[in-house]
Design a protein around this ligand. Structure first.
Ligand SMILES: Cc1cc2nc3c(=O)[nH]c(=O)nc-3n(C[C@H](O)[C@H](O)[C@H](O)COP(=O)(O)O)c2cc1C
Length: 183
């Protein structure tokens, strides 16, 4: 049985650079480790999120995304940078997750922003957020700015290299799959 990779892009935009980044990394990781893959964005979550105070308040679409996220064997989380941090509705989705639902889960944290000024958003905002959940954020976090994309596709070589480092780090969590890929 294949392990399950779930991507969550915290953007409502379509097209979205954050979704493109998460989807791009998911495809590379799935190819290497043989994951089953599902990538969601906040439009998949839909409008019930805004008024939900607990998981039971979510409609079936949103509940399905949340279930996918908490049942994932490996998560790729991506957030656009809004005012130097993650968007409020992205945080609200994460707020509905119980702490034990992400405990010890490997998570690759990623973000996009207009420029490089807020590149440490991944370290100063996303890493502590998932530290609260006692999740295993991978040592390499991935931040991409507008110039790393062309027509919503990842084009930067430096970014590709960084993505490669992060995907390599997954071998610690999926050693059998890493060995099989190396043969
Ligand atoms: C309300 C708002 C605030 C933003 N704040 C920042 C910011 O503080 N720093 C930054 O680099 N980009 C900022 N941006 C730009 C977005 O982070 C950037 O365009 C991002 O890649 C959009 O992701 P998406 O295409 O997935 O929606 C902001 C955009 C919006 C709409």
């Amino acid at each position: 049985m294949a392990f399950k990779l779930v991507g969550l892009a915290g953007s409502y935009n379509r097209p979205s650079k954050t979704f493109a980044l998460v989807n791009h990394i998911a495809a590379i990781a799935a190819e290497r480790y043989g994951f089953e893959t599902q990538v969601h964005d906040l439009t998949d979550v839909g409008p019930s999120l805004g008024l939900a105070q607990r998981q039971n308040d979510l409609d079936s679409n949103a509940a399905r995304v949340l279930e996918d996220v908490v049942e994932a064997d490996f998560l790729i989380v991506g957030s656009p940078t809004y005012k130097g941090s993650y968007p409020g509705l992205f945080k609200h989705f994460i707020d509905l997750i119980d702490p034990e639902q992400l405990r010890a889960k490997p998570i690759l944290i990623t973000a996009t922003g207009g420029g490089d000024r807020h590149a440490l958003m991944v370290e100063h905002q996303l890493r502590p957020l998932f530290g609260f959940f006692t999740a295993h954020t991978l040592p390499t976090a991935v931040y991409a700015s507008d110039r790393d994309f062309s027509d919503y596709r990842v084009v930067s070589e430096a970014l590709q290299q960084r993505i490669g480092f992060a995907v390599d780090e997954l071998a610690a969590f999926f050693p059998q799959q890493a060995l099989a890929a190396a043969e």
